[in-house]
Design a protein around this ligand. Structure first.
Ligand code: ADP
Ligand code: MG
Length: 560
């Protein structure tokens, strides 16, 4: 598309819109096809100019744009320059109902004058304006704003080549790589070689080199990364590194949740990957709650997704053998486990949201004294120390921009990029709500009467899997644990109904008396059944007593 001499006129009033840029262009292939193009804060509008009736007009929303680049044509004799803008608008699916993000590129030719350099400068001016328009900060539901990753940002992408169906690397190359190039996001790829490789990498990394850490895998690899960051002496600063997720595993709960938080219609598989790639390119960062989990061995873990015991944990671990079928492994596992439904004995107690935590030195403030009989182990009062909150430093670190090449691939963790000078030690985040695991829970906690369960699930994201919308109201930074449990006595069909309804987040509407839902800040679970499985973020941890508390907004997540 060729541009008329004398154009553009900046800030020209057209159709009631104040345009940031306006120009007229001809088609790249046919210069008799001419288009008027205008760029406003919110949209790129392209209208065909021709003598024939039926002028077609296309409007691209700038929120759907990931980038724009300007360049000279391949033909050295061509005085024209070009710019191409990349959009991912929602469009109707070809084969099924509904809409999903699909790639559209718009290319224009600029030939203002006979001087190729002037034309290129003009193309660059358009490309810059379109890029600027695509990275504006976005409002949040709570009235705040997401912050934007700095540009150009430098991203470390960790890929587990064995996650899911073993295709994470191919999925990355096929669906994400091109989008990152379009968005001018330089990245370094680390292909993990063994379990805990990612954990070691982020533990040693010089984080001043990265604006974001991105995981292309299932939830298990992000669990490694978060715990690697929390094991650093500079954990408080390290855990503020924005984290991104690209679904490459069979359990892609956080990816499904991030997609859901963006208020997009449901998507699966490659469509979910494209959506998460798009969210990464837009680079809006919000807060992410983490949950600190204490195990009987005194080990402490940090979790971003879930703590599960009983049915859900069993399905997660037993369905590992169906990993090759992808996300549908959970449905298969659910059906198999339903056939041999088990009851698990244990004690459960929690601190409800809204309940006032007890003051230090033994004073008890119970805003809602529980009338529930208290269990001898969980029930007696315990002095609970209140320690000043560990609200993380929200200021992102100043980082140097230095990247020229688009990407690197590193498979060894020995690269210099991963070595850091250790700053002075900082104390760990303190779990002010939790007594020792060997101590009774405080008076302000609610102790569950029942001791026979089918499942206990603490979840802090909306989705437990791509098609399990388990905590419909949950947000990444709502500051609470969504505790669900199902008591013994539920029939197999009723339990199956709950899981089928969960696809649409409709399980609470089933009216099942065995399903209980509470919003809590802390919880303790003490299994009595001698054997069983407990998972944290889908990973098996030691079986035994476990307790957890929320740390609101401890980490940061690319979402929006
Ligand atoms: P999936 O959703 O398919 O289970 P995950 O990301 O959860 O994918 O990874 C599964 C497990 O593989 C996790 O425990 C993770 O720590 C581990 N892991 C990561 N990288 C590798 C690797 N290169 N080889 C083997 N296991 C790995
Ligand atoms: Mg996993």
């Amino acid at each position: 598309m060729e541009k008329d001499a004398g154009e553009p006129e900046p800030s020209r009033q057209r159709n009631g819109l104040v345009c940031a840029l306006y120009g007229e262009f001809t088609d790249v292939l046919n210069d008799r096809d001419r288009y008027s193009v205008s760029l406003s804060d919110s949209a790129l509008t392209i209208q065909r100019i021709s003598s024939s009736p039926g002028r077609t007009k296309v409007v691209f929303n700038m929120t759907d744009c990931v980038g724009c680049r300007a360049y000279r044509g391949p033909d050295g004799a061509d005085v024209g320059a070009y710019f191409t803008a990349y959009f991912y608008p929602f469009k109707r699916r070809w084969m099924s109902a509904g809409v999903a993000r699909q790639r559209v590129e718009q290319c224009f030719r600029v030939a203002l004058v006979q001087d190729p350099l002037v034309n290129l400068q003009e193309a660059e001016r358009w490309a810059r304006s379109i890029r600027d328009g695509s990275v504006r900060q976005a409002p949040r539901r709570d009235g705040g704003v997401y912050t934007a990753l700095r540009r150009p940002c430098r991203v470390l992408i960790l890929v587990n080549p064995h996650s899911g169906r073993g295709q994470a690397l191919q999925l990355f190359t096929g669906h994400v790589q091109g989008m990152l190039t379009e968005a001018a996001v330089p990245y370094t790829l680390v292909i993990t070689e063994h379990q805990n490789h990612a954990r070691e990498v982020v533990k040693k990394a010089d984080l001043s080199q990265w604006d974001a850490l991105v995981i292309m895998s299932g939830d298990g690899l992000l669990f490694e990364v978060i715990n690697g960051l929390m094991e650093r002496e500079d954990w408080r600063e390290a855990i503020q590194t924005p984290l991104g997720i690209l679904p490459g595993g069979s359990g892609n709960a956080l990816a499904a949740s991030v997609h859901h938080y963006s208020q997009s219609p449901p998507a699966w598989n490659e469509e979910l990957l494209l959506s998460c790639g798009f969210i990464l390119c837009k680079g809006l960062v919000g807060s992410l709650d983490l949950v600190s989990i204490h195990l009987a061995s005194r080990r402490r873990l940090f979790s971003f997704l879930s703590l599960a015991w009983g049915f859900v944990a069993d399905v997660d671990i037993e369905s590992e053998k169906y990993r090759h079928v992808g996300a549908i492994r959970f449905l298969m596992g659910t059906l198999v486990r339903l056939a041999s439904l088990k009851i698990y004995q244990g004690r459960l107690a929690y601190l409800p949201v809204g309940e006032v935590a007890e003051p230090p030195k033994g004073g008890v403030v119970a805003a809602r004294p529980s009338s529930t009989p208290r269990h001898p182990s969980l029930g007696s009062s315990l002095p609970c120390q209140l320690i000043p909150s560990n609200s993380p430093n929200q200021n992102s670190r100043h980082k140097q921009s230095s990247t020229n090449s688009n990407h690197n691939i590193i498979t060894k963790s020995s690269s210099n990029a991963f070595h850091t000078k250790r700053p002075e030690s900082q104390s760990e985040p303190v779990d002010a709500l939790l007594p020792g695991l060997d101590q009774p829970v405080p008076e302000s906690w609610t102790v569950v009467k029942e001791e026979d369960f089918v499942l206990v699930l603490a979840i802090y994201q909306s989705h437990l899997a791509e098609d399990l919308w388990t905590a419909p109201g949950a947000m990444a930074d709502d500051g609470m644990i969504h505790l669900l449990y199902v008591t013994a006595g539920i029939s197999r069909p009723a339990l199956l109904r709950l899981f089928l309804a969960m696809e649409k987040g409709a399980h609470f509407a089933c009216g099942c008396p065995h399903l209980v839902y509470e919003k809590v800040k802390a919880l303790r679970l003490e299994p009595i059944s001698p054997q069983g499985v407990i998972t944290v973020d889908g990973e098996t941890v030691e079986y035994g007593p476990v307790q957890a508390q929320i740390h609101p907004g401890l980490a940061r997540l690319i979402c929006g």
